[in-house]
Design a protein around this ligand. Sequence first.
Ligand SMILES: [Zn+2]
Length: 240
Amino acid sequence: MSNSETYDLISIGAHPDDVEVGTGGVLIDLNRRGYRCGIVILTQGEMGTGGTPEIRAQEIREAADILGADILATFDWGDSRLEDSYEHRLEVARVIRAAKPKIVLAPYPQVGHGRRQSHPDHVAAGVIAVNATNLAVLKKADLPGEGHLVERVFHYFLPPGVTPNFVVDITPHFDQWIEALSAHKSQFLNPEKSKDYIDTLTMMARSYGMQVRCKYGQGFYAVEPIVVGDIMSLAQTDEH
Ligand SMILES: [Zn+2]
């Protein structure tokens, strides 16, 4: 457990529902284990077909309550025109220095190919997150507080062709995850939108789960290899 001012993990998203979609099950799991998680959102989601920035801000609060996470910052850096810039890096680095997380989760920072290519805001959010973690370390950075080293950055929202190199089993938290997604009514339960998003996201969780023989999972990509002690622990699938 952390002290009252710091967080174990920060999950960063471009849009108000990104963190729930890509990392929500993990945040619920960490909350149940006694860790503190924070959420940072870089745009207001004003380009979304459903909802308004005001409605979406309320939905974020409801969803965060269900996840058991705190909203540390919501920025307004332009839905569909989010860009990596020195100012944006500084702002996110400021949050990182204050919260001192060991782990940062952020969208995959490179664009995919084809019709299902990544949303450019997701790519930009990933790049901003990586650059901000690098900036947060620098003693001479124009930031308050001491330099802070984030130990690991893991990416979600993997484009087609990028296989997760680890999957978190969220099966015990599946219903709560769906509840958190459902808090984003304007996005996922909006009768004006024909697509059944909750069903699609459920299938995504099933797909990641199937790869590691659990029912529902959330997939992540670690740029650096993951250290393992007893490699036999990687073969223990009986708990699934
Ligand atoms: Zn998004």
